[in-house]
Design a protein around this ligand. Structure first.
Ligand SMILES: [Zn+2]
Length: 316
């Protein structure tokens, strides 16, 4: 089986295959690439390859060890994260470090998997360095990051970097056609272009559902319903500035998307097509201008309540 289920990246896969076959594994891999580039897929395959008990090419993806890694239940893979926290808490790193010094349960190696190494913070990286500098012989580190430059040079210099590359366009489109058989081929090409060549990013674009507020906003604008708009905006007056700005940007993308649809191009965000079909271009342009101004106000010193008040008036 090997690394086939990771698309593209032929040189990286060949190098890994060679080091696995010769038993010359690095004790720390830094897997880097943007969101949706396959970092987790590669980490899972590499962890399976390291712990695989099957015969032949590794990972076999069929033996018990491989299946446990794929299911996320292998006792010798320790994941270090707390998705609730912006920065991975340093206590988690210290706990994982202590756990790594206990010999593996059922494999020859024990893997410490850090899914977002860019969020370790400096104290976290220093805590990690302590074990990176003197790891137990059976320890392997898999660090994943979308920003390798956020890591300390001392961490990077101890790692073998595996950088994921964008896929060739034809390969990416072929896979997307397979994953989204119902989708229009122009929509697929657009997602492929917007994704920068990364499969996961293109899939996320095609799967994106508008959030509840964006859906409500699209309905208000499409139906030209000022009362519903007011009902939508009033609770937003109490929002924190950052949240309000992010939401207004989603609204702005919707109206800009409606103009794109009117130009006969594929729908860039769900909901845009319906707005484009119901409102004329001049109204949409006024809406775009109003939203841009509201975002500018919110980024400045205007209170969220005043920004929402302005919008209710400008979009009425
Ligand atoms: Zn296996």
């Amino acid at each position: 089986m090997g690394f086939e289920s990771l698309l593209g990246n032929p040189r990286l896969k060949e190098n890994l295959k060679l080091s696995l076959a010769s038993g010359r594994l690095s004790h720390c891999y830094l897997i880097s690439g943007p969101t949706g580039s396959g970092k987790r897929t590669l980490a899972r395959l590499l962890a399976a390859a390291i712990l695989c008990r099957g015969a032949g090419e590794k990972p076999c993806l069929r033996c018990r060890a491989c299946r446990k890694v794929l299911a996320g239940t292998h006792p010798d893979v320790i994941t270090v994260d707390d998705p609730e926290k912006k920065t991975v808490p340093v206590e988690r790193i210290r706990a994982a470090r202590a756990e790594l010094y206990i010999r593996p349960n059922e494999a020859e190696k024990k893997i410490l998997l850090i899914p977002r190494a860019q969020d370790l913070g400096i104290p976290g990286q220093n805590a990690l360095l302590k074990v990176l500098e003197e790891p137990p012989g059976y320890g392997v580190f898999l660090l994943l990051t979308d920003a390798a430059d956020k890591l300390l040079p001392t961490v990077r210099s101890r790692s073998t970097e595996l950088e994921l590359s964008p896929l060739p366009k034809d390969l990416l489109i072929r896979q997307l056609k397979n994953d989204f058989p119902q989708a229009d081929s122009e929509v697929l090409s657009q997602a492929a272009a917007q994704s920068g060549g990364f499969l996961g990013a293109a899939q996320a674009l095609l799967e994106a559902e508008p959030d509840e507020n964006a859906r409500a906003f699209a309905a208000c604008v499409a139906q030209s319903d000022p009362v519903a708009l007011l009902r939508l905006l009033i609770p937003m007056e109490k929002w924190k500035r950052d949240r309000l700005i992010a939401q207004l940007q989603v609204f702005l993308e919707l109206l800009q998307g409606a103009l794109v649809c009117q130009a006969g191009l594929p729908e860039p965000v769900p909901g845009a097509k319906e707005i484009g079909a119901r409102r004329d271009g001049a109204t949409l342009l006024r809406g775009v201008e109003a939203l841009k101004k509201a975002i500018e106000y919110a980024q400045g010193n205007v209170s969220p309540a005043a920004v929402c008040g302005y919008l209710a008036y400008a979009l009425r």
